[in-house]
Design a protein around this ligand. Structure first.
Ligand SMILES: [Zn+2]
Length: 112
């Protein structure tokens, strides 16, 4: 069961992996990092960290319009992208909290 899901996921990922090499994406990535050079996830907590990754706010899962839409792009640092963001995509919501310790994500169960 678990293996089937993983295979399906990686097959799908292989289909859109070449998109990250396209000039259209490279340009969109540079534009996003110039527009917002700081990690937006760290900024939410008032911390200044340089962004190196452009994350898709809504996971594109192979949807070209979500993939390339600038309003779906978000600057993050690598640790935010590889940690909280990827686990949030699996879970369906983020566990990030504001200064009062309240979850930021509207999709978090306490905010629904
Ligand atoms: Zn960060």
């Amino acid at each position: 069961m678990t293996f089937e899901r993983r295979d399906q996921r990686s097959e799908e990922a292989q289909r859109y992996r070449p998109w990250y090499k396209l000039a259209a994406w490279r340009k969109a990535r540079v534009v996003q990092l110039q527009r917002q050079p700081l990690c937006e996830r760290h900024l939410e907590r008032g911390e200044i960290v340089a962004a190196t990754v452009v994350n898709h706010r809504t996971p594109h899962r192979g949807d070209w319009s979500l993939f390339i839409d600038p309003s779906n792009h978000e600057s993050t640092c690598k640790s935010c992208h590889d940690g909280p963001i990827q686990s949030a995509e699996v879970r369906g919501f983020s566990k990030a909290v504001d200064v009062d310790g309240w979850p930021i994500d509207p999709a978090h169960p306490v905010n629904r």
